[in-house]
Design a protein around this ligand. Structure first.
Ligand code: UDX
Length: 437
């Protein structure tokens, strides 16, 4: 099948490479020339395990190309829309400029029978508007909504072996044939028994934001419990283990700590609330305001804990921060809790040194006033407190005895509840965490 992919950022680049891996002829289209150039060389403009290998393999077969010309879509029959929908500046709603621009660029090249597949995360109701634009130019093309659930750090696996497919179609023959076409695209995963939910356009758009809202709620729920654990001397990790064994609840996404960040969960819950307001249903989602507030409160609590551990003031204190990315296995620093805490502590007069195995370059661009160092050793040298804020594998493997020799005072705050407290205490460290003793 011949496929075009509009938008070669995170979602689009991974999707294009994975579609080529499945044997399709794929052209990735993006307006950012340097992104097209680096992808054409087989270089991903961001860190994602497995992607560079996949890109190079697909480029070598000749099945994958990248261009900035929308006209290249004329040769394809299925067109994926994978552009970003960031949060609007100073507002909660989603900025749909790129989605509308992609459809405007694509529409003149559509042929009768072509299928446009929406993958971007959009406010419900957007797909219907896009379909109108498409049909105004090419009445015999159609649109299907097929949300994407990939996680950064696991994007290749999540795309090739998703845990479900969702198709939102129009209730007509065009919708049915678009679904059949998408079945051909995903034949391999469908053959492996991946479940598929076929529904209408509105539901398919809602599924994505509902899923992300649920995940965010789960994290904020356990972080709210962490607040209570802190007041009572209870242990949020044991609490999560205990409630998580109820399979109606499940243990996943119950890791208490510094809370969620990144390019999806925070902006998606805010855009969802804004959309509910426009629809006159704002009351339905007021709980998400609380989810957001609990999440942001964790960052404040982390700064307070650093202050507490330092004996009441962080002014002039040497603080080492391990982690800058919003989560491990990613170089993404969008709405990173670790950087937000680091910046706040610096603002309050602390001497902060941040390190990260992958995200320093991106972090420097976004937070030029913070001090970044390449290694853990440099970060912790003479530190009066160490904060672990992103749970990279290499930080879990740190040897407390070895690190203790480098710091000024052996005090650590585990912002992700990922270390073994006994091990650190046995090595002479003062160990503190969010939500446990
Ligand atoms: C998320 C969704 O998981 C994915 O399905 C969707 O397509 C995009 O948004 P992603 O942003 O890559 O994916 O990260 P995710 O793994 O969901 O983590 C989000 C944030 O929540 C991270 O900052 C992570 O540290 C935090 N988190 C996650 C917790 O604080 N506790 C948890 O238990 C799980």
């Amino acid at each position: 099948m011949r496929i075009s992919v509009f938008g070669c950022g995170y979602l689009g680049a991974v999707h294009a490479a994975c579609m080529a891996k499945l044997g399709h002829e794929v052209v990735g289209i993006d307006v950012v020339e340097h992104q097209v150039a680096s992808l054409s060389r087989g270089e991903a403009p961001f860190y994602e395990p497995g992607l560079p290998e996949l890109l190079r393999e697909a480029l070598d077969t000749g099945r994958l190309t990248f261009t900035s010309s929308a006209a290249a879509a004329a040769d394809a029959e299925v067109h994926f829309v994978c552009v970003g929908t960031p949060q609007k500046k100073g507002e909660n709603g989603a900025d749909l400029t790129y989605v509308h621009a992609a459809i405007a660029d694509l529409a003149p090249h559509l042929k009768p029978g072509d299928v446009v597949v929406g993958k971007s995360t959009v406010p419900v109701g957007t797909a219907e508007l896009l379909l109108e634009t498409i049909r105004a130019t090419q009445p015999e093309a159609t649109l299907i909504w097929n949300p994407e659930f990939l996680r950064e750090g696991h994007a290749v696996k999540d795309t090739l072996h998703p845990d479900r497919f969702v198709y939102g179609t129009t209730p007509d023959e065009a919708g049915a044939s678009a679904a059949a076409r998408l079945d051909e695209v995903y034949a391999q995963a469908l053959g492996e028994g991946t479940p598929k939910i076929e529904t209408d356009l509105a539901t398919a758009q809602l599924v994505k934001v509902a899923a992300n809202s649920f995940l965010a709620t789960k994290i904020s729920f356990i972080n709210a419990m962490a607040e209570l654990c802190e007041k009572t001397g209870a242990d949020v990790t044991s609490l999560a283990d205990a409630i998580g064994l109820d399979d109606r609840i499940g243990r996943k996404f119950l890791n208490a700590g510094l809370g969620f960040g990144g390019g999806c969960l925070p902006k998606d819950i805010r855009a969802f609330m804004a959309r509910a307001g426009e629809l006159g249903a704002d009351q339905a989602l007021t709980f998400l305001r609380e989810v957001d507030a609990i999440n942001m409160r964790r960052r404040v609590r982390m700064v307070d804990l650093a202050r507490e551990v330092c004996g009441g003031s962080i002014v002039g204190r040497q603080i080492a921060v391990l982690g800058a990315a919003f989560k491990p296995e990613s170089d993404d620093v969008r709405d990173s809790p670790a950087l937000s805490v680091s910046a706040q502590m610096q603002l309050q007069g602390a001497q902060v040194r941040v390190t990260d195995p992958r995200a320093i370059e991106n972090a420097r661009k976004k937070w030029p006033d913070l001090t970044f160092v390449e290694t853990v050793e440099e970060a912790v040298a003479d530190a009066e407190v160490v904060l672990l804020l992103t749970e990279w594998r290499e930080y879990l493997d740190l040897e407390p005895q070895v690190i203790a020799k480098l710091v000024e005072v052996p005090r650590i705050v585990d912002g992700r509840n990922c270390l073994q407290p006994e091990q650190w205490r046995a090595a002479g460290w003062t160990y503190r965490a969010l939500g446990r003793q």
